[in-house]
Structure formats: C-alpha cells, structure tokens
Design a protein around this ligand. Structure first.
Ligand code: C2E
Ligand code: CA
Ligand code: CA
Length: 645
C-alpha cells in the first residue's frame, strides 16, 4: 500500500561497498551492476515479485480468512467475540507469524490464519490433520525429528531456519519450537512459530556475497581467495598433491581504460572474468583481486609441462578478440606462477612471489607466463634497495645525459643527436638505463626523471649555444607514462622557449606503444607539438604493435627502425624487404626513416639501399659525453660522422 511490499532493485554503476550497505539499510532488496542486461533484470525482478506477491497473498488471506474452528478441543470464548472471532484469535490471526500447535502424533491442534494461508486453507480445514503430509518429505522428516526432541526433552528449540517451497516460491522462515505442557508437566504437544524472513535473507545473502565477491565481475575477491589458498595449502600438504597459484594481469589494460572509457574497460573486465570462470569451471578457482588482476588456483598439477599447457590455453582464451560496444578489441595477459606447497605455505607470501613472477613475464615481452624462482626474489630485493637510492639520485644530481649522433645515410653528415640518460651511482659507477629505468618506472619516478631530462637537454643546448657550439637537432626519449601526463606539452614548449631553442631543433621520441590507444589527449599533445614545430620520432618501430595503419593519421616526422630488425638485415632477405617497404611507406607519409643500432659496414650498405635516410649506431658513434660533444661541434655543425673502421 505504502510501497512497503514493493521490492526495490538498485541499478548502480557504483562499486562502492559503503554505498550498497546504506542502500540495503534503507530497504533495497537487490543490486544489479549497470549496465544491466535485460534478461538478467527480468529474471531477478520476476523472482523478487513472485516472492513478494506470495508474502502479500498470505498476509491478505490471513486477514480476510473466514471464521473457522481454529481450536480443536478448547471451548470458544464467544463472550468476547469480535465478528465471531475471539479477541485472542483475532490477534493471533493478524500477526504475521505462523503459529501451529501439534499433538504428540503430529496432528494439528491449532493453527492461525496466517499459517493456514500458506497452505491455501482456512485454519478450520487444518485442525486435526497432519500438516506435515502437505509438505515435502525431507522437510517433514526434519520437523518430525525436531518435534520428537522437544517432546522428549521438554526443552524448546530456538531460532532455527527452514526453507520451504510454497507454490513454487522459495521461502525462508525463522522458527522456534517449544513444548506444550499439561498440568502434570507432561509434554502433550509442540508449539511452532515461524516468521517469513525471505526478504531479509535476500539482503543478508547479498551482504555476505558482497564481502567475498568483486562487484563488477561477480568473481570471488581477495578475501575468498585467501581462504581458498589456505585450503589448497592444507590439502596439498595432507595429500601430497601440487597446486599452483596464478596471478594474471592484463597487458596494457590501462590504455584501453583511458582511451575507450571506463564503461568499455568494465565490459572488457567482465568478459575476461567470464572466460576465466569458464576456463576453471569445475577444476579450479578464479578471483579478481585488483583492477585488471586476477588470481587462479589450479589443482592437481602433474608437472611443469602440465602447467605450461594450461597457461597456454588460458592465454589463448583471453586473446580471442572481444566485441566491446560493437568495436573489436584485443588484449593479452601475463601470468606469474607460484607452486603450492613448494614455494610457500602462506597466502601473502605466495601471492607476493607470484607477483614477482608476473612482472618478470611482463618484462620478457608480455602475453606469456613465468614461474617464480629464487633469482626473482633476489632481484626484487636488489630493486628495493635501488629504488631508495633512485629517490635520492635527482637531489644529489647523479643523473647525466650522453648524446649519440645520428648521421645522414649517404653523406654521413651529422643531422641529429639522441639524448640518453645515465646514472652516476656513487658505488657502482655510470649505470645504463637498462639497469634502473624499470625500477624508476615501477616506483613512479619516471615522470620526475623525465622532467629533469627535458630541462637538462634544453639547458645543455642553450649553454653550448652560448659558447658558440651549435648542436644539430636533439631527440629526447619520453616514456609512455610521461607522455600521458597532462602537462607534457607545456613542459616541453615552456623549456624550449625559456632556453630560446628553435623548435625544429627539438624532437621527442615516443614508442609506438602509446599510439595504439587512440587517446585523445595523446593525439592532441602530438598535434600541438607539431604545430609548434617540435619533431616527433616513433621509436623502436618494428617491435610490438607495428602497424602502418595508425601511422597514417599521425603527425610524426621520423620513424626509427628498431635495432633488432637492423641486426637481422644481413641474414634475412625478408627483413630487408620489410625495411624497404617500411621506408617506402614512411616516405609516402612524409616521414624520415632512421635505422638504429647500426654496427657495421654491411648493415650500413643494406640500409642505404633499403632507402633509410639516417643512421644511428656504434658504427657511427657511441653515446658521447658532453665534453666530447663540445669538441665535435665546436667548429660548426656539418662535419661527417667519423666512421670507425
Ligand atoms: P633507445 O631509445 O632505443 O636508445 C637507443 C639505445 O641503443 C641506447 O641505449 C644506445 O646506447 C643503444 N645503441 C645505440 N647504437 C647501438 C648499436 O650500434 N648497438 C647496440 N647494441 N646498441 C646501440 P641506452 O642508452 O642503454 O638506452 C636504452 C634505452 O633506455 C633507450 O632505448 C630508451 O628507451 C631508454 N632511455 C634512455 N634515456 C632515456 C630517457 O632520458 N628517458 C626515457 N624515458 N628513456 C630513456
Ligand atoms: Ca630512443
Ligand atoms: Ca630505439
């Protein structure tokens, strides 16, 4: 009447627990995660409506029940009759609690209208009957046993729950039984009361489910995972079997999330969750423990081959294309593996080690799996120490830039320089990026370091200019993370303005990784840099997501062919053909082609033939200290690269 008996389904995009709990407190019955599928909604709504309808029916019937003999032997006190019912009867009939008294043989002595309505009867029709016979045999058997216990012990059974099917609707009751005693203190019967708690139960189950499950995908969460891993450890130790804990992290998920929107990201996560759930089906466990992190337990591992093939199938399942909002999307994943019980007997430790292995899988090219080993743990500890030192390195001015020349492929005249960062470690000496960049990135330090690199390169160019040393264009590497930074454009433009550097002498090198995402911000930044005359080089081309398709729409000025390609060019005719094709296409798109990592004369000749415009590599020069650079460019800027023979 006042909405009390209408179920409330909350459809929400919020995955916030607090928000859901307050909604439950306010009377919400169920939750669905937006966007909701029509089928799912109808199913839930129908279930809830049927239950509410049934509850209402029973209540209404009880109120309007025609008078009937509710009492078997007791004399009716018609003196206090109200509409033919006694006051007591009236009260008992209208409270929404089912009340039944049965004798020692299970025959109904008394029942109220509410209880009778559950069976679609009037109380009078039930008195003297064995009500149990109207219920399903299991329920009847449980009731009989409880009644016997009450009769024997003369003690009540308090607060138990019973499930009953009523016209096909599942209902849950909160029940109490107490003995009916006569004057001689003998138990002559049992009084049973039952309250319909189906709706409350629904909310309660939702609460429990929420505590143990992830709201977006419906998969178990970390809490339940911890429990299951604990059980797996125990099982393995007891039975001498082997299980594996897999930590699966989607590759480059953040890019999809950032570029296609959170809704698409969510849809993708749900689809991945479905595939993982289908994969483990009956012989494993899968949970979502973070944004794009899933953890699986695989049981009864035979040997390493067994796990290898299972991981392969898992990755294949993930790699099948997804249709998100009508657009096809591909994604891969990296898996880190720890063995139970071999690698540990504590959940936290096993997960930490799996995490190390997962990072290793990412580092070795993604879309693969990697087992945890002691070596990884050692590296992690070293990296931890390195991170602490890195945080101080900027302050203590331990970073420096070296510059590697780039020359014209035909004339070998210097056309550019690439700034490469070095770290003068107080103990270990001059370190290369490979020895610290990954740690810096993981520690979130790359932004600050990157800012320093841009500033330092500009300062250096200006300071040389003051000395009369004019450098050719200087390329600076910008990490993908750094390029996502909202202020990257201003940072670059402000610096070149401040140091009065012609924009055409400044180039940013970004990897193609950043291009696949179609990110508006990235596109806008690139466009703005180009409008201002700053050059853009696509670095490491040929690795990863090479596609000339997206290059077409980009305002890049140079394409740098990765050195792995260059290193194969002498042996592989196919690689030669590929480089030739890339060069041809790049030219038609108005880009210059630079070959990196050129180490010998043979490569140089082949690259010239293939149409490369510029050359960078040890064959021409190694990255140079600024003092060497000063000497090299002191007298002007158009000398040729010295070819070391
Ligand atoms: P990259 O951008 O591909 O830079 C070229 C790397 O190839 C440099 O390594 C360079 O020393 C090396 N190299 C050049 N010619 C040859 C050759 O003929 N043979 C071989 N084997 N190697 C050659 P480096 O200086 O160790 O830098 C490694 C990577 O670290 C760079 O690869 C770049 O991705 C990154 N990096 C360096 N400086 C910075 C920086 O300031 N910021 C960012 N974000 N990344 C940087
Ligand atoms: Ca580079
Ligand atoms: Ca490169």
């Amino acid at each position: 009447v006042n909405g009390q008996s209408v179920p409330a389904i909350i459809i929400t995009a919020h995955q916030d627990r607090e928000c859901r709990l307050s909604a439950l407190d306010a009377g919400a019955t169920d939750f669905l995660q937006s966007p909701v599928s029509h089928v799912e909604f109808c199913k839930r709504a129908t279930t809830l409506l049927r239950h509410y309808q049934k509850s209402n029916q029973i209540r209404e019937k009880a109120i309007t029940a025609p008078q009937g003999r509710a009492y078997a032997q007791h004399e009716q006190n018609t003196a206090h009759g109200l509409n033919g019912k006694s006051m007591l009867e009236q009260i008992i009939d209208t409270i929404p609690i089912m009340i039944t008294a049965t004798d020692r043989a299970g025959k109904c002595l008394f029942t109220n209208a509410y209880q009778a309505a559950l069976y679609n009867r009037t109380p009078g029709e039930l008195v003297g009957k064995d009500i149990g016979s109207m219920s399903d045999p299991d329920y009847r058997e449980r009731e009989r046993r409880r009644d016997q216990l009450v009769l024997q012990t003369k003690q009540p059974i308090a607060n138990f729950e019973e499930k009953m099917q009523c016209d096909g609707v599942d209902m849950i009751f909160h029940c109490n039984k107490s003995p009916l005693l006569n004057h001689e203190n003998e138990a002559v019967g049992v009084l049973t009361t039952a309250v319909d708690i189906t709706a409350r139960k629904f909310a309660e189950n939702h609460r429990t489910h929420m505590a143990l499950h992830d709201m977006l995908t419906g998969l178990p969460n970390r809490v339940l995972l911890a429990e299951k891993v604990g059980a797996a450890i125990e099982r393995c130790q007891k039975q001498g079997t082997v299980s594996a804990l897999l930590l699966l992290d989607l590759d480059r998920f953040k890019i999809i999330n950032d570029t296609r929107g959170h809704q698409s990201g969510d849809s993708l996560l749900r689809e991945v969750a479905d595939r993982l759930a289908a994969y483990v089906a009956n012989h494993g466990f899968v949970s979502r423990i973070g944004g794009d992190e899933f953890a699986l337990i695989l049981d009864n591992i035979v040997d390493a081959d067994d796990i290898n093939s299972r991981c392969l199938r898992l990755l294949q399942a993930i790699a099948k294309p997804y249709s998100i909002g009508g657009i096809e999307q591909a994604i891969s994943a990296s898996i880190g593996i720890t063995m139970i019980p071999e690698d540990g007997d504590q959940f936290d430790e096993l997960l930490r080690l799996a995490d190390l292995a997962m990072y290793e899988a990412k580092a070795t090219g993604r879309n693969g799996h990697c087992f945890y080993s002691e070596r990884l743990n050692h590296i992690a500890q070293t990296n931890g120490a390195l991170e602490i030192e890195l945080r101080e390195a900027l302050e203590k001015q331990q970073f420096a830039l070296e510059y590697q020349p780039i020359v014209d492929a035909q004339t070998l005249a210097y056309t550019g320089l690439e700034a490469l960062i070095r770290w003068d470690h107080p103990v270990r000496g001059r370190l290369l990026p490979a020895q610290f960049i990954r740690v810096a990135e993981d520690a979130g330090l790359m932004d600050t370091i990157g800012t320093w690199v841009i500033g330092e390169a500009c300062r250096q160019i200006a300071s040389f200019a003051d000395e009369g040393v004019i450098l050719p264009r200087v390329a600076v590497n910008i990490s993908p993370r750094q390029f996502q930074n909202q202020h990257i454009c201003s940072e670059i433009l402000d610096n070149i303005q401040r140091y009065n550097i012609p924009a055409s002498r400044f180039v940013v090198e970004i990897t193609e990784e950043i291009l696949i995402d179609n990110n508006d911000h990235v596109r806008a930044s690139m466009a703005r840099l180009r409008e201002n005359g700053v050059g853009i080089s696509i670095d490491d081309f040929g690795t990863g997501y090479s596609s000339l398709q997206y290059l077409r729409d980009l305002p890049a000025t140079c394409l740098k062919i990765d050195r792995t390609f260059v290193s194969r060019i002498e042996k592989s005719a196919a690689d030669r053909a590929i480089i030739g094709t890339i060069a041809h296409l790049a030219h038609s798109l108005g880009m210059k082609v630079i070959a990196e990592g050129v180490e010998n004369e043979g490569q140089l000749d082949l690259l010239r033939v293939a149409g490369c415009d510029e050359i960078q590599g040890f064959k021409i020069a190694r990255p140079l200290h600024v003092d060497v650079l000063r000497e090299l460019f002191a007298g002007g800027q158009s000398q040729s690269g010295r070819i070391a023979s």
